[in-house]
Design a protein around this ligand. Structure first.
Ligand SMILES: Cc1cc2nc3c(=O)[nH]c(=O)nc-3n(C[C@H](O)[C@H](O)[C@H](O)COP(=O)(O)OP(=O)(O)OC[C@H]3O[C@@H](n4cnc5c(N)ncnc54)[C@H](O)[C@@H]3O)c2cc1C
Length: 384
């Protein structure tokens, strides 16, 4: 009987964080096994939707602005190398009401980070975007080079390229590693054992289920409903380049133009109820459908009677304040967590993978904000 193979690193979870982590590790010559319960970017994963926004604006939060810049460059390089058009430069439009403190902070941060943007006052907005109802909006900021990632396909593409680089991809559900100190191998629900030098659990909203003791009360998977409104036949006003990706700060609502003819995408950003990502219903609620329809009628009057043509129900994987969780397990020296994307993590996949790789291979300096010790058991959202 042949001896069991020991990988340098096992990555558990092939969402955007795990996929990019495996990719970067393989690029650095590590032998990597990537283990996923359902499939890369599957329909229950946080990375499993059609589209995700990549924007540079993060208020005063320079860390995430810089990570977005770095990640966008990496996404574009990756898509160019693999000859895939999975980034759409739709531009991203921020709109603010009377309280535009955050817009001012975003402006200052973008300037400091040399991100190009355009300021638009109310008149300029109304002239450029007659499709939008600007009631209560005072000012706007436009990031011309930001846009949308075709999310689930992008994750699948990263996994495919990681496999080309030698990553061993397997379908299995991994159980919580037992004991303290050094972990030699992990077990799957079907009884398989996989040995590695280090283990990275990139399980997104499942982290609390895999590590109930440590993370059960520190990762908050919240139900988020997404709607697509059908555009009237022959109407191109809601498609790029006429219409951008947009976020309306005071309303906590965001959306995207008509991409791949799926309709206008729109969602409320406030956190829904805490859910189980395996079992929560993927049907939208009638109450939310009514709320969203009312909102669409106010902001996009031409779509007042538009049909809802598609819906999605996903979950954010929130930490207490929205900062990522990328840290070593407190009792298992070679086990790591990489998660806590908190509803804004997708765009950062390339930078997360690079950061985790630096932690594992180079002992690079750790960012305190990502540490387990900063993760509370009560939610106080601070990152948007
Ligand atoms: C509605 C919605 C809108 C969003 N919008 C944006 C946006 O516009 N821009 C943005 O940047 N971000 C956005 N996000 C956030 C972003 O999608 C997430 O932060 C990101 O996708 C998280 O990726 P992940 O790899 O950590 O988790 P996931 O994608 O959930 O991946 C985790 C994977 O781990 C696997 N797994 C779990 N447990 C096990 C196990 N025991 N064994 C094996 N495999 C396991 C799961 O099957 C899953 O595939 C949004 C999220 C939602 C829900």
């Amino acid at each position: 009987m042949s001896a069991q193979r020991t990988f340098d690193i096992a990555v558990i979870g092939a969402g955007v964080f795990g996929a990019w982590t495996a990719w970067h590790l393989a690029k650095r010559g590590q032998s990597v096994v990537l283990i996923e319960a359902y499939g890369p970017g599957h329909s229950r994963a946080s990375s499993g939707d059609e589209t995700r926004i990549i924007r540079m604006g993060y208020g005063a939060d320079e860390l995430y602005t810089r990570w977005s810049q770095r990640s966008l460059a990496k996404w574009k390089e990756f898509f160019a190398e693999t000859k895939q058009a999975l980034f759409l430069e739709t531009g991203v439009l921020w709109l603010a009401g009377e309280d535009d403190l955050r817009l001012g902070q975003t402006k200052a941060t973008l300037k400091r980070c040399s991100v190009p943007f355009e300021e638009l006052n109310r008149d300029a907005l109304a002239k450029r975007y007659p499709q939008i109802g600007f009631e209560g909006v005072k000012a706007g900021l436009f990031e011309p080079h930001s846009g949308v990632l075709l999310a689930r396909r992008a994750v699948a593409a990263v996994v495919e390229d990681a496999m080309r680089l030698g990553v061993d991809y397997r379908t299995a559900q991994v159980l919580e590693p037992k004991g303290t100190g050094r972990v030699e191998q992990i077990a799957t629900s079907s009884g398989e054992r996989i040995a590695a030098g280090q283990f990275v659990f990139a399980c997104g909203p499942w982290l609390g289920k895999v590590f109930p003791g440590i993370l059960g009360s520190r990762v908050f998977p919240s139900r988020q409903e997404v709607f697509f409104f059908g555009i009237p036949g022959g109407d191109t006003r809601f498609a790029p380049p006429s219409f951008p990706t947009w976020l309306i700060q005071g309303d906590e609502v965001y959306g995207m133009p008509d991409i791949e003819s799926r309709g206008l995408k729109i969602a409320f950003d406030h956190h829904g109820e805490i859910v189980d990502p395996d079992t929560q219903s993927r049907m939208v609620s009638p109450e939310m459908a009514v709320m969203v329809r009312k909102y669409v009628a106010r902001r996009f009057p031409a779509l007042r009677d538009a049909p809802i043509v598609e819906t999605r129900v996903c979950q954010y994987e929130n930490t207490s304040n929205g900062d990522f969780l990328i840290d070593r397990h407190p009792e298992k020296e070679n086990v790591w967590f990489a998660g806590g994307g908190s509803g804004h993590g997708f765009k950062h996949g390339p930078a997360v993978g690079e950061y985790v790789t630096g932690q594992l291979l180079d002992g690079a300096a750790a960012e305190q904000r990502f540490s387990l010790s900063t993760k509370e058991t009560v939610q106080k959202r601070a990152v948007y």
